[in-house]
Write a protein that binds this ligand. Structure first.
Ligand code: TZP
Ligand code: MG
Length: 213
């Protein structure tokens, strides 16, 4: 049993993989943890990843340990095998990733499950599935971090999804410091970001802004 899911952990959610960083991946995650992120998602995928599968396992294990020491929930994106291998606290599943029902069965009570839902149809369907902890919804704005991103939903689109959702919603996609407060005003539990943290010139300021919003 890892860390139990709590909605407030979605407030300052850092999503990252080797493809998203210029410097050393593990160092940047350590700095983000020290700056106060409330959840971390290991999302190492795509043509830009610099890790082989065996390196990915090692690096995921290192970050997993850093998160445990800091009591920051550690989530693995779209790879149940890796999540189980490193004893993750959670696993995150997209609509076109591993099948949500299967994943829920596979992880049982060992970890919580997050699910990407980017429109009302997906939210309404997900509301009927037992065993999901939270929804990730977006992209809110244009993003340069995901090649196959769904259409932009904007703040108004997010507000509609939050209203329909029976679970906490974390917003994702193109989020900057200026959009943190409008996002929280929709009733979303927090923001999940890649570039805002991975490319921040002041991690303390950036992560504090997420926690304050
Ligand atoms: N899913 C929807 S948008 C996105 C993901 C993983 C990328 C978010 O990255 P950024 O840099 O915060 O826009
Ligand atoms: Mg995915």
């Amino acid at each position: 049993m890892g860390i139990q899911f709590k909605p407030e952990q979605l407030k300052a959610y850092f999503v990252c993989g080797s493809q998203d960083v210029h410097g050393d991946f593990v160092t940047i995650v350590k700095q983000a943890i020290d700056a106060g992120i409330t959840m971390f998602q290991f999302r190492d995928k795509g043509a830009g990843s610099t890790l082989t599968p065996s390196q990915r396992l090692v690096v995921a294990g290192q970050i997993r340990k850093m998160c445990r020491d800091a009591e920051v929930p550690f989530v693995v994106d779209d790879d149940v095998e890796l999540a189980l291998a490193v004893g993750a606290d959670g696993v995150h599943v997209g609509q076109s990733d591993e099948q949500i029902q299967r994943v829920i069965q596979q992880v049982g009570s060992k970890m919580f499950v997050g699910y990407s839902c980017s429109n009302l149809t997906e939210i309404n369907r997900a509301n009927e599935i037992a065993g999901i902890a939270y929804y990730g919804s977006g992209p809110i704005f244009e993003t340069g971090s995901k090649a196959d991103a769904d259409p932009v939903i904007g703040i108004a689109g997010l507000a509609k999804l939050v209203t329909a959702a029976t679970r906490p919603v974390v917003a994702i996609g193109g989020i900057t410091e200026a959009s943190l407060t409008p996002i929280i005003k929709t009733g979303a539990a927090g923001s999940a970001v890649i570039s805002m943290i991975a490319q921040s010139d002041d991690l303390k300021r950036t992560v504090s802004a997420m926690n304050r919003a």
